[in-house]
Design a protein around this ligand. Sequence first.
Ligand code: BES
Ligand code: MG
Ligand code: ZN
Length: 451
Amino acid sequence: MKANLIFYKHQKELPIQLQNRSVCEFGEIFQDYDEHVDSIYVCYAQSDELQGEREWEKLGNICYTFVEKNHITHVEIDENNCEKINMPVFLEGFYKADYHFDRYLSSKDRKEVSLKLPKPFENISINAQKAAAAVHVARDICNEPANKLYPTRFADYLTQLFDLTDVEVEIIQSKDLKEKEFYAIETVGKGSEYAPCVAILTLKNSGEDPVALIGKGITFDSGGVNVKTGSAIAEMKMDLGGAAAVIGAMKLLADRNTACHVKAILPMAVNVSGANAYLPSDVIQYRDGTTVEVGNTDAEGRLVIADAILYAQQLGIDRMIDIATLTGNVGQALGLKTAAIYSNDIKLSTKLYKYGQKSGDSVWPMPLEKDYKRYLNSEVADISNMSNHPFAGSITAALFIEHFVKEGTKWIHIDMANTTKIFPSTKLEASGFGTKLLYELIVQREELWDD
Ligand code: BES
Ligand code: MG
Ligand code: ZN
């Protein structure tokens, strides 16, 4: 079925027979059959008071959802009022909503929706589709079950995904992890039949010094020997949300031919218990000599992120962003919509809020409260991976990672454990959080890192 999509602001912009409608508010949408064409009217009123440009994404989402529900397969946007709409963001919302994780369903009952735009918007549309495709990649990675996406498969998938792009993919296989001094990743991955590995993606389209993007890629986190309990454990197939965000961002940077130099480091492992699994009380010695007591095998994320940070610094990289589904505790602090952001440079962390607003991936700065570092004291090693205090779990995790950040390194850390799932859905559905944010942080890198 075909329909025209018409934006209106006031009742008087509707055809005369529809002007008696009593509601006329942002997002109101309805269908009308008029002069032999189906028309969908969507209200963009109050756009002046919109809280931010991401409201336009919501409008796009509303339109797609309506179209799909009403089995409309061909939509043509009417040029009237188009100039009043923030089309790049609207279209991103529309295309993003066109997502279904149905590859394991025997019968899929979905139809393609095509969207036709007035000529001047065609390029904008291609750009929006690229953003949506990148977010969908991140969502796919999180939605994949752990028996389908484990480290070596994940690595193969990346090789395929970036084939024919400017992104180079290098995989450090399990057998080489020790030789390359990725001691923590090797340790965390020991309990599983599925071997761990590290993926390194390089996009070098400019002569600048590289920025590192580090993403936690735990393809399943059972907690290991400190096993998790309860039904929510299935969610831990999404413990690679950080890696997914980095991959999405790399894809978008590549697809939009962004001139930049980015190195992504993705530690991948399955954190499960088993005969060879690492144990509470184990001591890990890192490449720089730092020793860590494993206070809890479920605090595995910080262990592998530290490995990647040391590696990036060894490569001489001095600007880095890590993103990880690190602590359940971050949700206690910020709820399920906003991720926590930390930096060893306070000016940086306060700057980041606006990029969150711009990208639609909401973040809020949190303090690296030095006085809490004592909670990570260990009697047998330099530091413990487990806090001995019940509060501030996201902060102590960030402090643990900061322990590995050398002077002179500019570092941003994002704890996104609470935002991997779509807000406010209660289903186990991935959001693709972080893709747009990391993309934005790379695009705006000059302004971002400038002191
Ligand atoms: N992957 C989890 C964090 C997580 C929790 C992500 C809930 C998504 C939803 C992480 O590895 C973890 O287990 N963290 C522990 C840390 C604790 C043992 C110090 C946690 O948050 O309980
Ligand atoms: Mg864990
Ligand atoms: Zn985890």
